[in-house]
Design a protein around this ligand. Structure first.
Ligand code: GLU
Length: 352
């Protein structure tokens, strides 16, 4: 199948070195491949991480740092990242644009449509959009925190044919090959069979994703009707080859046949829940079997403090979380609420 729309996500560990400096050779290689792909008529978006690492190094700081410092550093590093990339894009005879997105942009229909319109205009103008999370101002609860899920939702946004997640491994293994001698490479990964993999967190202390977050992104992509490939950024010509449909060493995650709405994917995956509602057996069955809204009568306990419109987990009396949803009232108002606490349209049941 010819690729018409492509999202290329490059992680912090691929784009920065141990001291937090930009890997210029890597950046140049990726941009020149992206330029060629665009010249071949493909609408291509880059999702680029590394702002925090670059900013910390620019400010002479080392991790760990409190969130506010990381957020401040992201503002410093983002400028450095895009100014370097812009120069490289110009050398390749191409213009780039910066877009900073937040999880909310995928939960709010208007924001979502605006983002799509802007990306469409950029494609029409031949400009390559370079996207990062708006790290500087998002609060801890409502940040993606990694760009993997962000890139998957961007793939949803532009009806991408493929999401290419570039990392420092050639793809997905059954365990971390850097620490386990028994790790086997998985060429094709089915998102329904997650138990194939003992995925771990970040491979380096600069990036934040790791394989678990790549697999979650691949799952969002699959449920968005988008194929996903996880490959090494260091594989020569990886972007150009993938776009041309040539074989490369990678893990392929095939799409599902249905494309779920972005808002549901946002609820299911995009943000950290801010609280938890424990419901009784009757309410649980109503939600799971009858696709009902959650009413106050079925709620046994409210855990955490949250405002209306927060995303919360819904658990049964056994403590197992089986759904997530957007509450219509704050944590104090939950038990006395006269109408739905979570409307059925804002509730997503989770696959076990
Ligand atoms: N958005 C963060 C940054 O640019 C990093 C996210 C990630 O590592 O995936 O620094």
């Amino acid at each position: 199948m010819a690729i018409r729309r492509l999202v290329v996500k490059v992680g912090t560990s691929s784009l920065t070195d141990e001291s937090g400096g930009l890997r210029m050779e890597m950046a140049k290689s990726l941009v020149s491949q992206v330029a060629r792909v665009r010249d071949a008529g493909v609408g291509v978006v880059m999702v680029v991480s590394g702002a925090i690492a670059l900013g910390l190094s620019q400010l002479g700081l080392e991790r760990p740092q409190p969130t506010e410092v990381l957020q401040a550093a992201s503002g410093v590093g983002q400028v450095q990242m895009v100014s370097a990339l812009r120069e490289i894009f110009h050398e390749a005879g191409m213009e780039m644009a910066q877009l900073l997105l937040a999880p909310h942009d995928f939960g709010d229909r208007q924001q979502y449509l605006h983002a799509r319109q802007t990306l469409e205009s950029l494609f029409a103008l031949g400009v390559v959009p370079v996207i990062n999370e708006n790290d500087a101002i998002a609060s801890e609860e409502i940040r993606f925190g990694d760009n993997d899920r962000l890139s998957a939702l961007v793939a949803h946004l532009i009806y991408a044919d493929l999401l290419l997640l570039l990392t420092d491994l050639e793809g997905v293994y059954t365990a971390d090959p850097r620490s386990s001698g028994e790790a086997r490479f998985i060429p094709i990964f089915d998102v329904e069979e997650k138990e194939q993999v003992r995925a771990t967190g970040s491979g380096t202390d600069r990036g934040s994703g790791g394989m678990a977050s790549k697999l979650q992104a691949a799952e969002i992509a699959a449920r968005s009707g988008v194929d996903c490939m996880i490959a090494s950024a260091a594989t020569p010509e990886v972007v150009a080859k993938v776009a041309a449909g040539e074989p490369v060493l990678a893990t392929f995650v095939p799409r599902k046949s249905v494309r779920e709405p972005a808002r549901r994917l946002w609820i299911a995956y995009a943000t950290n829940p801010e609280g938890r509602l424990v419901v009784d057996e009757g309410a649980k069955r109503a939600l799971l079997e009858r696709n009902a809204s959650l009413l106050a009568v079925g709620i046994r306990a409210v855990e955490g403090e949250f405002l209306a419109h927060a995303i919360v987990e819904v658990a049964g009396e056994d403590g197992k979380v089986f759904a997530k949803g957007v509450v219509r009232t704050d944590s104090k108002g939950v038990t006395g609420a006269a109408s739905e606490v979570i409307h059925r349209d804002d509730l997503v049941t989770l696959t076990p």
